[in-house]
Ligand binder design. Sequence first.
Ligand code: SF4
Length: 100
Amino acid sequence: MTDIKRRKFVSLMGVSAAVIPVSALVASLPSRADDTPAVDPESAQAQALQYVAVSEKADQSCGTCTLYTGAADSEMGPCPLFPGSAVHSAGWCSAFVPKA
Ligand code: SF4
């Protein structure tokens, strides 16, 4: 192996070593909230909590509930009562607790 080929090989190995950890980091990031499936209102948990995608109570909705952890202007977001699913910010359930 000539010196030039060896240098090129060593250089490529250095780039590969830098790229692999970055791609592993990106793959390990949590998925975005908009990738999370919406709560199925027909699911047993939703039925038990009387969850609806659109609140019928003028002053109560998931977006104003202390358990809602979505962004203030988001249409959907996480709620710990429905792990792995997203609730509608306009939704509501019987566990509603107003934000302080
Ligand atoms: S507890 Fe009920 S009202 Fe509050 S964010 Fe969760 S689903 Fe919405």
